[in-house]
Design a protein around this ligand. Sequence first.
Ligand code: NDP
Ligand code: 8X3
Length: 254
Amino acid sequence: MKTILVTGASSGFGKATSIRFAQKGWNVIAWARRMDRMRDWRNELSTEIQNQVFLQEVDVRDGDAVTAALSALPHNFQAIDVLVNNAGLAAGKDPIHEASMDDWERMIDTNLKGLLYVTRAVSPGMVTRKSGHIINIGSIAGKESYPEGNVYNATKFGVDGLTRSMRMDLVPHGIRVSQLCPGMVDTEFSQVRFHGDHQKAKSVYQHMQPLTAEDIADTLDYMISAPPHVNIADVLILPSAQASATIVHRDSSH
Ligand code: NDP
Ligand code: 8X3
């Protein structure tokens, strides 16, 4: 049985991907800070599938907690075949001269340092086993900057650069490293970005059809299911109404 570790599994892409792989018969290790949210979706699975899902309360910004969580895995969850580095956020959307430094710290600590801590802890086992697949969740924000994207852009450009270098480091060890870069997807992302301002969050997707978390789970499934000699290295996925980070066709019929 294969094992996947998904970070940021309490919501959005991470939740949809964890459910998808549990339903496909994989062992799923699901990490997030909100255990109640992960228990909620696990409880909705059939009893048999529930046993394939191992939940752990982990803040990826805490390197010691990451290492401790891996050490606490039951024997049958220890050989991780696939790591999806998904935990992340945008905090704020403000011009550089006005933005909050607390927001900056949260984004840098989660999107970059958290991804690094998890990768550093999981990849040695993959090297020993000479197999594995690491998928980093980047963003269109890591391909193009946009006004007021500043530090979020910087973290996702960082993920893009890291993905390429990680691929070089791990290619001799039979490990695939890929990146999935979505455009607009309707999850809790915008609520988090706008600090719980539901109106602002809603306006992001007004009069257009965004992607769903299930669209992202589909794409991850496709990337992970490719034959072992195929590495789908870098995917940019956009809603059909989005042409770039800043060009979105809005139509009042939506
Ligand atoms: P959600 O806000 O719905 O989910 C984010 C997940 O990340 C939650 O499960 C949250 O769990 C987890 N998370 C945040 N901080 C931490 C932390 N310190 N430790 C552990 N887990 C954490 O957003 P999405 O599903 O949309 O976002 C997932 C990823 O996709 C992010 O990296 C985001 O940047 C990226 N992305 C999103 C896009 C979008 O339009 N939605 C587009 C492109 C990329 P908890 O709070 O319980 O810890
Ligand atoms: C999330 C998509 O365009 O808000 O990464 O940066 S965007």
